[in-house]
Design a protein around this ligand. Sequence first.
Ligand code: NAD
Length: 290
Amino acid sequence: MKIAFIGLGNMGAPMASNLSQAGHDLVGYDAAGVTVEGVSVATSGAAAADGADVVITMLPNGAILRAVADEVVPAMKDGALLLDCSTVDVDSARHVAKQAEAAGKMAVDAPVSGGIGGAAGGTLTFMAGGSAKAFALAEPLFDIMGQKAVHCGEAGAGQAAKICNNMVLGVTMAATCEAFALADKLGLDRQKMFDVVSTSSGYSWSMNAYCPAPGVGPTSPADNGYQPGFAAELMLKDLRLSQQAAESADADTPMGQLAEQLYSQFVDHEDGKGRDFSALLPRFEKRSRG
Ligand code: NAD
């Protein structure tokens, strides 16, 4: 397939590289002039999209995605697929899908989980929204860039699944961290706390697979000085998207809202930026109730 890849950052560059190594014909464009081995360089997004069977975007946010789509959709050939793998707001995903379909093209929103390691190793999970026909076209590419793709529904369903999942993650990580800090103050050994909660009804991925306490549970960013992993500012981005969606859909999400406020405080006003999202534990450790 001829594939245009727009946005060759931390995630996009290794994803494009994996597609090229699998034998596809890749042409790339990044506003910062990034180049990737095996990917020929276009002078603009539209030039990259010209003649491509699939245009993949991996961009920072919905506003940039909309601007890129305005330029790229008219340049795409009829029936070509716009495959957006960025994490953006649900409304932008739906807007861009509508725009592509009105112009005779197809669209899938397919945000990922798995981070930079998953992008490099081709082990990402894709959560996809779009028609069955468009999903089927994207599927062989998901198989190269990832290990699992779930077709979640129509346009925007991939983004919806991603932000709902990450809202659960933000809330459970915050709860797990504050519970460890409470346990400390109650004189409860952290290992004992882990042994009980990880096998009782308080268990979760945050506790069992990504334990925020150093030296306890499986190896996690806590064992590496809280180097990300999954950076607190990326969690904040996803929590903000969840609250934007909740606002737009008139959904009551008080725990998600609190988690957003907490991560915003941590990233914007404390030392959370650049640290793993599980570094809320040392934050709580240092604090008292007032
Ligand atoms: P990044 O900032 O490293 O890459 C984004 C790239 O887009 C940059 O290289 C930038 O120059 C380019 N860009 C910006 N505007 C452009 C334009 N108009 N035209 C062409 N290129 C443009 O970000 P990333 O970490 O690669 O993340 C990309 C997306 O994936 C984001 O939506 C992010 O939320 C999501 N995501 C990231 C991770 C992660 O661990 N990094 C995990 C899951 C999802």
